[in-house]
Design a protein around this ligand. Structure first.
Ligand SMILES: [Zn+2]
Length: 206
Protein backbone atom coordinates (compact mmCIF):
# COMPACT_ATOMS: atom_id res chain seq x y z
CA UNK A 1 0.00 0.00 0.00
CA UNK A 2 1.39 3.34 -1.02
CA UNK A 3 0.10 6.87 -1.46
CA UNK A 4 -2.05 9.08 0.70
CA UNK A 5 -5.06 6.75 0.54
CA UNK A 6 -3.24 3.48 -0.15
CA UNK A 7 -4.47 2.04 3.15
CA UNK A 8 -8.03 1.90 1.74
CA UNK A 9 -6.96 -1.23 -0.13
CA UNK A 10 -6.76 -3.04 3.22
CA UNK A 11 -10.48 -2.67 3.85
CA UNK A 12 -11.59 -6.25 3.19
CA UNK A 13 -8.59 -7.73 5.03
CA UNK A 14 -9.34 -5.56 8.05
CA UNK A 15 -13.01 -6.52 8.09
CA UNK A 16 -12.05 -10.18 8.22
CA UNK A 17 -9.21 -9.76 10.72
CA UNK A 18 -11.43 -7.80 13.10
CA UNK A 19 -14.25 -10.36 12.71
CA UNK A 20 -16.57 -7.67 11.28
CA UNK A 21 -16.55 -5.84 14.61
CA UNK A 22 -15.33 -2.45 15.78
CA UNK A 23 -11.88 -2.78 17.35
CA UNK A 24 -12.95 -0.50 20.20
CA UNK A 25 -16.60 -1.04 21.18
CA UNK A 26 -16.84 -4.49 19.54
CA UNK A 27 -20.17 -3.73 17.93
CA UNK A 28 -20.85 -6.04 14.97
CA UNK A 29 -21.36 -4.62 11.46
CA UNK A 30 -24.79 -6.27 11.31
CA UNK A 31 -25.84 -4.41 14.46
CA UNK A 32 -24.52 -1.04 13.32
CA UNK A 33 -25.75 -0.43 9.79
CA UNK A 34 -23.37 -2.69 7.87
CA UNK A 35 -19.83 -2.23 6.55
CA UNK A 36 -20.59 1.21 5.17
CA UNK A 37 -20.92 2.44 8.77
CA UNK A 38 -17.34 1.38 9.43
CA UNK A 39 -14.14 3.22 8.62
CA UNK A 40 -10.47 2.45 8.74
CA UNK A 41 -8.95 3.93 11.88
CA UNK A 42 -5.27 4.77 12.27
CA UNK A 43 -4.58 3.53 15.81
CA UNK A 44 -1.81 6.10 16.15
CA UNK A 45 -3.23 9.07 14.27
CA UNK A 46 -1.49 10.23 11.13
CA UNK A 47 -1.19 13.71 12.64
CA UNK A 48 0.66 12.22 15.62
CA UNK A 49 3.21 10.37 13.50
CA UNK A 50 1.23 7.17 12.96
CA UNK A 51 2.09 5.34 9.77
CA UNK A 52 -0.49 5.86 7.04
CA UNK A 53 -0.08 2.59 5.15
CA UNK A 54 1.27 0.27 7.83
CA UNK A 55 -1.27 -2.56 8.20
CA UNK A 56 -0.40 -2.91 11.91
CA UNK A 57 -1.60 0.67 12.49
CA UNK A 58 -4.96 0.11 10.77
CA UNK A 59 -8.03 -0.82 12.79
CA UNK A 60 -11.56 -1.55 11.69
CA UNK A 61 -13.80 0.89 13.57
CA UNK A 62 -17.43 1.89 13.77
CA UNK A 63 -17.60 5.40 12.34
CA UNK A 64 -18.74 6.92 15.61
CA UNK A 65 -15.77 5.43 17.49
CA UNK A 66 -13.48 6.55 14.69
CA UNK A 67 -14.96 10.04 14.84
CA UNK A 68 -14.78 10.26 18.64
CA UNK A 69 -11.20 8.98 18.70
CA UNK A 70 -10.29 11.47 15.99
CA UNK A 71 -6.70 12.73 16.38
CA UNK A 72 -6.60 12.13 20.10
CA UNK A 73 -3.40 10.64 21.44
CA UNK A 74 -2.02 10.83 24.99
CA UNK A 75 0.52 13.53 25.76
CA UNK A 76 3.93 12.64 27.11
CA UNK A 77 2.86 13.39 30.69
CA UNK A 78 -0.34 11.34 30.28
CA UNK A 79 1.70 8.43 28.99
CA UNK A 80 4.01 8.70 32.01
CA UNK A 81 0.92 8.23 34.21
CA UNK A 82 -0.05 5.17 32.18
CA UNK A 83 -2.88 6.98 30.42
CA UNK A 84 -3.12 5.75 26.87
CA UNK A 85 -5.35 3.82 24.48
CA UNK A 86 -5.38 0.07 25.10
CA UNK A 87 -4.19 -1.60 21.92
CA UNK A 88 -6.68 -4.38 21.15
CA UNK A 89 -4.21 -6.03 18.79
CA UNK A 90 -1.32 -6.11 21.23
CA UNK A 91 -2.92 -6.72 24.59
CA UNK A 92 -6.03 -7.92 26.37
CA UNK A 93 -8.07 -4.76 26.88
CA UNK A 94 -11.48 -6.13 27.90
CA UNK A 95 -11.18 -7.92 31.24
CA UNK A 96 -7.80 -6.39 32.08
CA UNK A 97 -7.88 -2.62 31.60
CA UNK A 98 -11.63 -2.52 32.12
CA UNK A 99 -14.42 -4.89 33.10
CA UNK A 100 -18.17 -4.75 32.65
CA UNK A 101 -20.58 -4.27 35.53
CA UNK A 102 -24.09 -5.70 35.84
CA UNK A 103 -25.61 -2.57 34.32
CA UNK A 104 -23.60 -2.97 31.12
CA UNK A 105 -21.14 -0.20 31.93
CA UNK A 106 -17.40 -0.55 31.52
CA UNK A 107 -15.47 0.01 34.73
CA UNK A 108 -11.79 0.95 34.27
CA UNK A 109 -9.23 -1.10 36.21
CA UNK A 110 -6.06 0.74 35.19
CA UNK A 111 -5.04 4.29 34.17
CA UNK A 112 -4.95 2.96 30.61
CA UNK A 113 -8.50 1.65 30.96
CA UNK A 114 -9.69 4.96 32.39
CA UNK A 115 -8.19 6.91 29.47
CA UNK A 116 -9.44 4.43 26.88
CA UNK A 117 -13.06 4.26 28.13
CA UNK A 118 -13.26 8.04 28.64
CA UNK A 119 -11.67 9.06 25.34
CA UNK A 120 -13.68 6.59 23.26
CA UNK A 121 -16.85 7.24 25.29
CA UNK A 122 -17.40 3.51 25.60
CA UNK A 123 -20.20 4.06 28.12
CA UNK A 124 -22.36 5.99 25.67
CA UNK A 125 -26.07 5.23 25.80
CA UNK A 126 -26.25 3.03 22.70
CA UNK A 127 -23.41 0.76 23.79
CA UNK A 128 -24.70 0.35 27.35
CA UNK A 129 -28.15 -0.46 25.92
CA UNK A 130 -26.65 -3.06 23.57
CA UNK A 131 -24.74 -4.74 26.40
CA UNK A 132 -27.90 -4.87 28.54
CA UNK A 133 -29.85 -6.26 25.60
CA UNK A 134 -27.22 -8.99 25.27
CA UNK A 135 -27.58 -9.81 28.98
CA UNK A 136 -31.34 -10.13 28.47
CA UNK A 137 -30.78 -12.52 25.51
CA UNK A 138 -28.45 -14.65 27.64
CA UNK A 139 -31.01 -14.82 30.47
CA UNK A 140 -33.86 -15.70 28.09
CA UNK A 141 -31.76 -18.41 26.47
CA UNK A 142 -30.98 -20.01 29.86
CA UNK A 143 -34.66 -19.91 30.83
CA UNK A 144 -35.68 -21.46 27.52
CA UNK A 145 -33.11 -24.25 27.86
CA UNK A 146 -34.35 -25.02 31.40
CA UNK A 147 -37.94 -25.04 30.10
CA UNK A 148 -37.08 -27.53 27.33
CA UNK A 149 -35.47 -29.83 29.90
CA UNK A 150 -38.58 -29.69 32.10
CA UNK A 151 -40.93 -30.30 29.18
CA UNK A 152 -38.85 -33.23 27.94
CA UNK A 153 -38.96 -34.88 31.36
CA UNK A 154 -42.73 -34.52 31.44
CA UNK A 155 -43.19 -35.62 27.82
CA UNK A 156 -41.37 -38.86 28.64
CA UNK A 157 -44.19 -39.80 31.02
CA UNK A 158 -46.92 -39.17 28.40
CA UNK A 159 -48.13 -40.87 25.25
CA UNK A 160 -50.43 -40.27 22.30
CA UNK A 161 -51.91 -36.80 21.73
CA UNK A 162 -50.59 -35.39 24.99
CA UNK A 163 -47.05 -36.37 24.11
CA UNK A 164 -47.50 -34.88 20.60
CA UNK A 165 -48.55 -31.52 22.05
CA UNK A 166 -45.51 -31.50 24.30
CA UNK A 167 -43.26 -32.26 21.34
CA UNK A 168 -44.77 -29.31 19.47
CA UNK A 169 -44.20 -26.96 22.39
CA UNK A 170 -40.63 -28.24 22.77
CA UNK A 171 -39.95 -27.63 19.06
CA UNK A 172 -41.34 -24.11 19.41
CA UNK A 173 -39.11 -23.28 22.37
CA UNK A 174 -36.12 -24.79 20.55
CA UNK A 175 -36.72 -22.43 17.62
CA UNK A 176 -36.77 -19.57 20.12
CA UNK A 177 -33.40 -20.76 21.47
CA UNK A 178 -31.99 -20.85 17.93
CA UNK A 179 -33.13 -17.32 17.19
CA UNK A 180 -31.64 -16.08 20.49
CA UNK A 181 -28.35 -17.78 19.59
CA UNK A 182 -28.38 -16.06 16.20
CA UNK A 183 -28.88 -12.71 17.98
CA UNK A 184 -26.07 -13.49 20.42
CA UNK A 185 -23.62 -14.02 17.55
CA UNK A 186 -23.90 -10.33 16.62
CA UNK A 187 -24.24 -8.76 20.05
CA UNK A 188 -21.32 -7.15 21.85
CA UNK A 189 -19.50 -10.10 23.47
CA UNK A 190 -19.63 -10.59 27.20
CA UNK A 191 -16.87 -8.95 29.16
CA UNK A 192 -16.02 -10.41 32.57
CA UNK A 193 -17.23 -8.52 35.62
CA UNK A 194 -13.91 -9.14 37.31
CA UNK A 195 -10.59 -9.49 35.59
CA UNK A 196 -9.77 -12.68 37.49
CA UNK A 197 -12.74 -14.52 36.02
CA UNK A 198 -11.43 -13.97 32.48
CA UNK A 199 -9.73 -17.35 32.48
CA UNK A 200 -12.93 -19.14 33.57
CA UNK A 201 -14.92 -17.36 30.91
CA UNK A 202 -12.45 -18.19 28.12
CA UNK A 203 -12.23 -21.85 29.10
CA UNK A 204 -16.04 -22.11 29.26
CA UNK A 205 -16.34 -20.68 25.76
CA UNK A 206 -14.12 -23.39 24.24
ZN1 LIG B 1 -16.79 1.11 18.12
Amino acid sequence: MTGRNGYQKAREHLRRDFAYRCAYCMIHEHAAGGAESFWIDHFKPRSKGGRVNDYANLYWAYMLCNHIKSNNWPTRSERRRGQRFADPCQEQDYGVHFVEDEEGKLVPQTPCGEYHVRMLRLNRTLLVARRRERNAFVARRSEAIALVERLERQAATLSGDEAAIYREVIAHVQREIESLEAELKITIPFIPLQSDCLRDWVSKER
